[in-house]
Design a protein. Structure first.
Length: 171
């Protein structure tokens, strides 16, 4: 699936997107495309299902990278389409905003089981509820880590003393 087909697919789903194109190489210049797609969280599951159904190769899921945007958290779901195709890979990031007062996103584990670790990480690091995820145990934070403190948030629920995290190593 080339960049024009990807754009047609996104337009067919009435999604807003932005394409960034960079040229690399001197002797044989090649274009690399990155697509940023704004997806309402209520539509995330259906959009990913469409990506799976409509692309030539199964989309390669990388990670969910959240960012604190004030009143919202924005969850960036990073995929690569045409993964492994020489000069054909397209990076696609689905930007999913979620208001902090109602912080949830749907699980994608029924479509892509490999999203489970990123979804569990999002739960413990940002406090989001990943609806439909069965295993919500912590992955990275210790059992004695305080409840209601989310290291990747910049508001009052964020870690207060992150710069002292490794202070014990100095001794």
């Amino acid at each position: 699936m080339n960049i024009d087909e990807i754009k047609d697919m996104l337009e067919a789903h009435d999604l807003e997107y932005e394409v960034q194109t960079a040229t690399a190489g001197v002797r044989n210049p090649m274009e690399r495309h990155t697509v940023w797609v704004d997806v309402p969280r209520e539509e995330l599951h259906d959009v990913v299902a469409s990506l799976i159904e409509e692309t030539d190769e199964f989309p390669h899921f990388s990670v969910i990278s959240p960012s604190d945007a004030g009143d919202d958290m924005v969850y960036n779901y990073h995929f690569t389409l045409n993964y492994g195709v020489f000069c054909g890979e397209v990076a696609v990031t689905l930007r999913v905003p979620a208001p902090k007062e109602d912080l949830w996103v749907p699980t994608l584990t029924d479509l892509i089981p490999g999203t489970e670790f990123s979804e569990r990480e999002v739960i413990e690091m940002t406090g989001a509820d990943v609806q439909g995820l069965h295993d919500k145990r912590h992955l990275f934070l210790t059992p004695d880590f305080p409840d209601g403190v989310y290291p990747w948030r910049r508001d009052d629920t964020g870690a207060k003393e992150t710069n002292k995290l490794y202070e014990g190593w100095k001794e």
